[in-house]
Design a protein around this ligand. Structure first.
Ligand code: GTR
Length: 341
């Protein structure tokens, strides 16, 4: 089973096999061994970030917990640095049970999970502490459940700080400075609409293509938290960094539902608990890394600007109107606002 797993991973299966066959094959592999307490479980997890990045470290920590708490029966290997592909591709593979766990940004599921667009709305969270309170409570649980129909079990939310605008052309101090800037966004319509509402030209592009895109002038900039702005080296090609803090959309750790369903209830509970515990660890790792990243970015000569966010917030009205388009989504938004910081 494991051998086939790695063969699948090394091939771009979707280009050679129809999805239904991939799904059926993966499912039959998963269920080839009946779940039992003594079953040895080897899990593989995907991440686009480099090995030292907090998300990778937090999933490594989760692996340590699983190993320890299962008496060595469970193990987990993180394939970092996009070894298994970009987020879009690894999400597909996670659905089919080819990849067991996946650390993705919530923006990557916006088009499939309408509830997740509310978390992606600009300025929906007032602070990181507000975001944490929301994900730690019933709204967080509701959101984790909302990914299940997509073939994934939501295990944990990981911090991603606040995302800020940056570019290679000129400082962004007011909305007028956004006019005409070509800004790369993730694969999410909310992000397209947000940049458009700010006056920029939004372009969807894969994370891995971004550095070259800025360097060659295909795009002028992007938006990112301190750690990713630093780890990607974007600071070297786009030095104007504006603390717009327009979104605090968290990261999401998911597990393949086919894989999860094949486990015993005890193992399922063990994994869910380890996910919660890894969230706490991730917060420590994140805070430490944010500081280091900010220091490095500043020492590399980035020009950092604080702005009056009010005009940016006001400009988001059409984005809110577009996405809060059902009573359920509107209620979700109101419930988030009602959570104290
Ligand atoms: C990072 C995030 C990734 C991905 C990336 C991007 O901050 O951790 O999952 O969403 O941003 O912009 O593509």
């Amino acid at each position: 089973m494991l051998k086939l797993h790695s063969i699948f991973a090394s091939l771009n299966m979707r280009s050679i096999m129809p999805s239904a066959i991939v799904a059926a094959t993966a499912a039959s592999l998963m269920f080839s061994a009946s779940p039992s307490a003594a079953q040895e479980i080897k899990l593989r997890s995907a991440d686009i970030h480099p090995e030292s990045y907090p998300t990778v470290q937090a999933v490594n920590y989760l692996g340590d917990l699983l190993k320890e708490r299962s008496g060595g029966r469970m193990s987990l290997q993180v394939f970092h640095s996009a070894q298994l592909g970009g987020e879009k591709e690894t999400i597909e593979q996670t659905r089919f049970g080819v990849i067991d766990l996946n650390r993705i940004n919530m923006a990557a599921i916006n088009s499939q999970v309408p509830e997740s667009t509310v978390f992606a709305l600009p300025y929906v969270f007032r602070s990181v502490s507000h975001m944490r309170k929301v994900v730690d409570g019933p709204i967080g649980e509701q959101m984790l459940k909302a990914v299940e129909p997509q073939g994934m079990i939501g295990l944990a939310f990981f911090d991603s700080g606040a995302r800020n605008l940056y570019n290679s052309k000129h400082p962004i101090k007011t909305l007028a400075d956004m006019k005409g800037l070509k800004i790369r966004v993730q694969q999410s319509d909310v992000f397209i609409d947000m940049i458009t509402a700010m006056g920029g030209n939004a372009t969807m592009m894969a994370y891995s293509e971004l550095y070259g895109g800025i360097q060659t002038g295909v795009i002028d900039g992007a938006e990112q938290n301190w750690p990713s702005y630093q780890s990607t080296g974007h600071v070297d090609v786009a030095k104007y960094y504006t603390l717009s803090e327009h979104t605090m959309l968290p990261e999401l750790l998911v597990m393949s539902k086919v894989k999860f369903d094949a486990l015993s209830p005890e193992d399922q509970a063990l994994i869910r608990q380890a996910g919660k515990d890894a969230t706490i660890k991730m917060r420590e790792l994140w805070e430490a890394r944010e500081k280091v990243a900010e220091e490095e970015v500043r020492s590399k000569g980035a020009q950092v600007f604080t702005i009056d966010k009010k005009p940016f917030i006001d400009a988001m009205a059409p984005v809110y109107a577009k996405y809060l388009n059902t009573p359920e989504l509107k209620k979700l938004f109101d419930d988030i606002q009602a959570v104290a910081d």
